[in-house]
Design a binder for this molecule. Structure first.
Ligand SMILES: [Zn+2]
Length: 295
């Protein structure tokens, strides 16, 4: 849930009033009632008996009905296509989930704007959508989708939104909706437009990448690194004298949490093993725990 509060100007209120009068009517657009009518309440095509019955069992508060009406209005706005495209993709909700999440129907999916949506809600939103299947390698990098065109295609941008989730410069929290596709090795240096040579960067971070001592550099993390295939950023020497390549963890906190949990479980298992050995062979010489013990 995202809290919201504030003021709207008189014109916004004047626009909201008829919208709510129409969409927030008791019985209309009730997400908890599968038989609740949607659309135009005054249309002759609408089943008025069904609406009267839906209104009678509608227990939502006026505030909740207003919320559900706003959601319906936004869905109509996005579905109408009047908003055109944003950075090469139709203006629409982009929600990413793994195959495991889809099969389990549990957990949370991520949105391109940096939000999270319960899988149950994401699946309901996807009922009228065209799902896009994107394949990734074991390190979560999109598989080859090479193109020879200068501009990244919509497919490539979707794949990068699913894998990188936002700006890749370390510490930047710009979500995918605020980023552009960036060439890791610059196009004018002879690099191609290929998904292995592209990643997301917001406009401010992209502007930092340039030739010369004050510029940042980007590269693909080598296979032996902890996060192979991810985009590493190298700060100029006046910011980082060691010029250590770094990746952005801001949009991948779930990965860090999973790694920390895995390490904690491995430590606990190793402790348990030592403890059992102490009990079963109390006189044996037990090795002191070593750091190298734990993967
Ligand atoms: Zn950024």
């Amino acid at each position: 849930m995202t809290p919201i509060s504030g003021l709207v100007d008189p014109e916004t209120r004047a626009l909201l009033e008829p919208l709510l009068a129409k969409l927030a009517r008791p019985g209309m657009n009730n997400p908890d009632d599968p038989d609740s009518p949607a659309g135009d309440a005054e249309s002759p095509n609408l089943d008025h008996d069904a609406l009267v019955k839906a209104a009678a069992r509608d227990t939502r508060t006026a505030g909740q009905r207003g919320h559900d009406a706003l959601k319906t209005g936004l869905r109509h706005l996005l579905g109408s296509g009047v908003l055109g495209s944003h950075r090469g993709l139709p203006v629409t909700a982009i929600i990413t989930m793994t195959l495991q999440q889809l099969e389990d129907a549990s957990g949370v999916a991520t949105t391109a704007g940096g939000g999270i949506v319960p899988i149950r809600d994401a699946l309901r939103m996807a009922e009228h959508a065209h799902p896009v299947l994107c394949l990734f390698d074991h390190h979560g990098r999109p598989l080859h989708l090479g193109r020879s065109k200068r501009l990244a295609t919509a497919d490539q941008r979707l794949a990068l939104i699913a894998s990188s989730r936002g700006c890749t410069r370390p510490g930047c929290d710009a979500p995918a909706t605020m980023t552009a596709v960036h060439h890791i090795r610059e196009w004018n240096h002879g690099a191609g437009t290929d998904i292995t040579n592209e990643d997301l960067a917001c406009d401010a971070c992209h502007a930092l990448v340039k030739d010369g001592p004050a510029g940042w550099r980007t590269r693909t993390a080598p296979p032996e690194s902890e996060h192979p295939g991810r985009t590493e950023w190298i700060a100029p020497a006046h910011i980082d004298p060691d010029r250590q390549p770094r990746i952005n963890h801001r949009h991948h906190l779930d990965d860090l949490l999973a790694q920390a949990l895995q390490r904690a479980r491995a430590r606990r298992d190793a402790d348990l093993r030592r403890h059992r050995e102490c009990i079963t062979r109390p006189d044996a010489d037990h090795e002191a725990p070593e750091d190298g013990d734990v993967p």
